[in-house]
Design a protein around this ligand. Structure first.
Ligand SMILES: Nc1nc2c(c(=O)[nH]1)N[C@H]1C(S)=C(S)[C@@H](COP(=O)(O)O)O[C@H]1N2
Ligand SMILES: [Mo]
Length: 388
């Protein structure tokens, strides 16, 4: 079912004029031309699907999600990481040089998707940045394993959660207010791919993406990958920092009807992100000659799982063809898919993409599970094609 509203949105996206949406003057982001700016203070910007076509997302194509303002300084000299908390045996402080020299460095390609990616499609609409499809990235991250740091300081047997604190500044201007402080359960913290990173794509992490130091926990909502990291707290309880409670990054523990009011105590923390995919070539709205097959490609990812099978449909989901899918370069990295569609007549078509994870769970064709803040929309991505 394609509602008039979603159809119109698709057409606007398809026209390739994302920066010139009606009534909104185009806003450009230095170093990130072509990103769609959703808000300036805090800065939030998403990437049009066809600009995510690279196997590894470059800095200039990476979405930006900020809850506050950038730190006053992101100068690496003098930057320190403190590790403490009630379940930390030996609290310690590290300079960046100490992190580099005292521990082994590891590099992984890690998918980071904002929990609110796809929020714009929920009905009734929900407040927050109206992300369409572009709050996802998969870059190379280099740093030390969080597990190595946790071993170095030691954890008591009642350690439950590892929380981050960043140096970004609260929108209110109050220097004592923490913008966001989230974290992960100890089991996720101990995974070999969970990094405290100082490099992205073999370069220092750009200031917008959390440089000089950032937590990266791939496959979970982006909000657990704390930017401008200066403190990790090993907690003896589920972390209770700003944006851990209420409706933030949480969904109803039991499904609710669209538009329902849900009490905070009935909300559960989002952990791994669900299976999803994105068509990154061609751009939506492409004109394509009838005589030639249309080559398609994109990425698929599935939180903690791998994607097992990938399908495309050119008839609104009535028939699907299985297409080629690459293995991930490492766990928690997105996977490339490639397919081809032939058309028997000219006209307007949509191509839909549907990924299925290794537990047999596939993307829904319609927006799933309405929730008060519009998280976890993993409905099939669709692009428009005009065959001529
Ligand atoms: N310190 C800090 N870390 C943060 C945030 C933030 O506002 N402050 N935003 C989080 C959210 S909600 C997301 S989706 C990712 C976005 O990372 P990116 O801007 O590098 O793409 O960073 C996360 N880490
Ligand atoms: Mo996010």
């Amino acid at each position: 079912m394609v509602t008039r509203r979603s159809f119109a949105a698709l057409t606007v996206l398809g026209a390739g004029s994302l920066l010139a949406a009606p009534g909104r003057p185009p806003r450009l982001l230095p170093g990130k031309p072509h990103l769609r700016v959703l808000g300036v203070s805090p800065l939030n910007a998403e990437t049009p699907a066809h600009l995510l076509d690279e196997p590894i997302t470059s800095a200039r194509r990476m979405f930006v999600r900020n809850n506050g303002l950038l730190p006053a300084s992101t100068e690496p000299t003098g930057w320190r990481l403190t590790i403490d908390g009630e379940a930390c045996l030996l609290p310690r402080r590290f300079s960046l040089a100490e992190l580099r020299t005292q521990f082994d460095a590891h590099t992984y390609a890690l998918t980071i998707e904002c929990g609110g990616n796809g929020r714009a499609e929920f009905h009734p609409p929900v407040p927050g940045n109206q992300w369409t499809t572009g709050a996802v990235s998969c870059a190379h991250w280099t740093g030390v394993r969080l597990s190595d740091l946790l071993n170095a300081v030691g954890m008591t047997s009642d350690a439950v959660y590892v929380a981050y604190y960043g140096r970004d500044r609260h929108l209110s201007g109050d220097p004592n207010k923490v913008v966001i402080s989230r974290g992960v359960p100890v089991a996720k913290a101990l995974q070999p791919e969970t990094l405290v990173a100082w490099a992205m794509n073999d370069a220092p992490i750009p200031a917008l993406h959390g440089g000089p130091l950032r937590l990266v926990a791939g496959g979970w909502p982006g909000s657990v990958s704390g930017k401008w990291l200066h403190r990790l707290a090993i907690r003896d309880r589920v972390h209770d920092g700003p944006k851990m409670g209420g409706h933030s990054y949480r969904v109803p523990c039991e499904p609710v009807a669209p538009g329902a009011n849900v009490a905070a105590e009935d909300m559960c923390i989002i952990e791994a992100m669900p299976v999803k995919s994105l068509i990154t070539h061609p751009a939506s709205g492409v004109r394509h000659p009838l005589a030639e097959p249309l080559a398609l490609r994109g990425h698929a990812w599935a939180g903690e799982r791998a994607v097992a099978r990938m399908f495309l449909s050119a008839d609104y989901g009535q028939t699907w063809q299985r297409v080629a899918l690459e293995e991930p370069v490492n766990r928690l990295a997105w996977q490339r898919f490639r397919g081809e569609v032939r058309f028997t007549s000219a006209g307007y078509y949509e191509i839909w993409a549907r990924a299925e994870d290794d537990e047999g769970v596939a993307q829904p064709m319609l927006v799933p599970g309405w929730n008060p803040k519009g998280y976890l929309n993993n409905a099939c991505h669709r692009i428009a094609v005009q065959v001529v």
